[in-house]
Write a protein that binds this ligand. Structure first.
Ligand SMILES: Nc1ncnc2c1ncn2[C@@H]1O[C@H](COP(=O)(O)OP(=O)(O)OP(=O)(O)O)[C@@H](O)[C@H]1O
Length: 266
């Protein structure tokens, strides 16, 4: 069963069709890539899936798993096409951005603590008055954040200002912030952007590790072909908003349309 699927989604900006009839399905636990030349519509596809844009046409579905009191597992599909970004995050779809979006002046730890707030149950009054239920939740949040930073290899840097971190570590912190929302599906927008080959390979291993450790399904936009081909089980290729190919890394590498799109051959 799919955990996330887009059924023929299209996004038009005036006369420009940024994404046309995009059809995709993610199975639980997969790492799937989304590639294509600049302006192909990749980020627009992410923006529709995460509620930043409402598709002009088409529907998006998320499968929610539930356990009843007897511990029996059941699941049902929710149409999230009209959901706001915060509602989608709360359901279990988190993302990172092409341009790192951290609170630069805050510490590494505070950046993760803030991301946890989505899951907090206490109301505003409890937090302002620091009532016992809030203080307890806050303590748990700090512990969870430190644990997360340990998991992503940033434990020794918790008190550093986030802007002082080298680029590769800032990307890890961004991922830790996304993990703090307890996602089931993680969308990564060019996680290896700006990284040198060594950092890119480390990132590739890291993405595989967090998939296993946090039982995630991962959908990633990436330009570093070594990363995409090395880690993705399936790949979608967009060009001018149209899906020109989909398949395994070896199928994509040998696909003529893909080669043409990247080389700009008419
Ligand atoms: N809000 C917007 N308003 C108008 N046009 C937009 C908007 N967002 C994206 N576009 C256009 O839609 C097309 C697809 O852009 P998008 O950013 O999704 O491509 P991309 O594949 O992510 O590119 P890149 O690899 O360069 O990040 C481009 O022509 C872009 O100019």
């Amino acid at each position: 069963m799919s955990i996330l699927r887009a059924d023929n989604i299209t996004m038009k900006f005036g006369g420009l069709v940024a994404v046309s009839n995009f059809q995709m399905m993610l199975q639980e636990g997969e790492i799937v890539g989304l590639i294509g030349p600049n302006g192909a519509g990749k980020t627009t596809a992410f923006n529709m899936i995460t509620g930043v844009y409402t598709p002009t046409e088409g529907q998006i579905y998320f499968t929610e798993g539930k356990k009843d009191e007897q511990g029996n597992q059941s699941s049902h599909e929710i149409n999230i096409t009209q959901y706001r970004p915060d509602q989608i995050t709360k359901l279990g779809v988190a993302r990172t951005f092409q341009n790192i979006r951290l609170f630069k002046e805050l510490s590494v730890l505070d950046n993760v603590i803030i991301a946890n707030h989505l899951r907090i149950k206490s109301d505003v009054i409890s937090s302002i008055l620091r009532l016992p239920n809030y203080t307890k939740e806050e303590k748990a949040m700090v512990e969870k954040s430190i644990h997360l930073l340990e998991e992503v290899g940033l434990k020794d840097l918790v008190h550093e200002k986030s802007s002082s971190l080298p680029y590769g570590k800032q990307r890890r912190l961004e991922i830790a912030r996304a993990l703090a929302t307890s996602p089931k599906v993680l969308l990564l927008d060019e996680p290896a952007a700006g990284m040198n080959p060594k950092e890119s390979l480390e990132l590739m291993e890291f993405v595989g590790e967090i998939r296993d450790r946090f039982k995630l399904t991962i959908f990633m936009i990436e330009h570093h072909m070594q990363v995409v081909m090395g880690i993705c089980e399936r790949i979608f290729v967009l060009d001018h908003g149209v899906t020109i190919a989909k398949g395994t890394p070896s199928e994509i590498q040998n696909n003529e349309k893909v080669v043409e799109a990247y080389l700009g051959v008419d």
